[in-house]
Write a protein that binds this ligand. Structure first.
Ligand code: NAP
Length: 277
């Protein structure tokens, strides 16, 4: 049976169970669009480790949102993105939006592959997600009371993933964004000490930021996730926590014509469980 024929779609989201992908798919569906949600457990499935399944996953898709794991700066990401854009072109995809990491030099090559693919394309380059504190890698801090990172006293303009999803949805559904790179951040920059104080304030439970050295961080991640993941994450932290990303950018305003949401508002809603998109 042709699974894709049974589920015709014009939009597809790769990483549709993730923090931004799920929200983009929800927004598109709320707008009346048909969306093919793609991840390893969907039907059809999409697995970055199994390119032989990509043609079927993309069959019939016109507009595509791409989130790559583990990160566009990881070894081999450029090859995977090249193969994906080849498969997308062959499938007849006519618009693609790529999520990237702000300030990551290694991701730039993948952005260039997508922008040069011949498919009308847009890059959204995001700062650290505000939701990392509530549904991502840092959510443990709410339980342990310890927010440990090699970020010294750098400031970060944490971005609301709902703002990212709103931008991606607008770019997928309206014209005029081809060839653009939008930098998406929150409205103001906080240190991790200030973010921990905010979490303490909002939850009533003490959360403390503990700055780590890079070697100490590498060893801690390696013990949990292995050496490759530890090296990737440590080098990403070394790169993006050097001050380059401290200034907020205006990508949300450029696309949506409004200001992005700030960390306090985002965390207040997330902790209350009142906002998912
Ligand atoms: N987190 C941040 O602060 C941040 C900031 C800027 C940019 N980014 C970028 O955002 C992207 C997503 O990062 P995240 O950690 O936030 O993601 P996430 O929310 O954890 O979502 C990851 C998604 O990828 C899917 N996935 C995992 N392994 C896969 C595989 N082998 N093949 C296909 N799909 C797979 C997951 O679905 P299943 O497990 O269901 O397959 C899920 O839908 C990355 O490119 C990251 O660099 C993140």
């Amino acid at each position: 049976m042709d699974i894709t024929a049974a589920h015709p779609s014009s939009f597809a989201v790769i990483g549709a169970t993730g923090k931004t992908g799920r929200r983009v798919a929800d927004l598109l569906e709320a707008g009346g669009h048909t969306v093919r949600r793609l991840a390893r457990g969907t039907t059809p499935a999409f697995d970055w480790e199994r390119p032989d399944g990509w043609a079927q996953a993309l069959h019939g898709v016109e507009r595509l949102y791409v989130t790559y794991v583990p990160d566009l700066a990881a070894p081999g990401a450029d090859l995977a993105i090249t193969r994906l854009t080849d498969a997308a072109r062959e499938a007849g995809v006519r618009r693609v939006v790529l999520l990237s990491g702000r300030g990551e030099q290694g991701a730039r090559q993948c952005e260039d592959v997508v922008l040069g693919s011949g498919i009308p394309a847009t890059v959204v380059s995001a700062s650290w997600f505000a939701q990392n504190f509530t549904e991502g890698a840092l959510a443990d801090a709410l339980e342990t009371g310890v927010l440990a990172l090699p970020a010294a006293n750098v400031r970060e303009p944490f971005v609301d993933v709902a703002d990212i999803a709103a931008v991606v949805t607008r770019v997928l559904t309206t014209d005029g964004h081809e060839g653009r790179r939008y930098e998406l951040t929150g409205p103001d920059s906080l240190t991790f000490t200030e973010a921990a104080a905010l979490l303490t304030d909002l939850t009533g439970r003490a959360v403390q930021y503990v700055p780590m050295g890079f070697e100490e961080f590498h060893a801690a991640v390696a013990a949990e996730a292995g050496d490759d993941a530890a090296t990737l994450l440590t080098e990403l932290c070394r790169e993006v926590f050097d001050g380059r990303n401290e200034a907020p950018a205006d990508g949300v305003r450029q696309v949506l014509g409004r200001e992005p949401r700030g960390l306090r508002d985002v965390l207040t809603d997330a902790l209350a469980g009142s906002r998912t998109a």
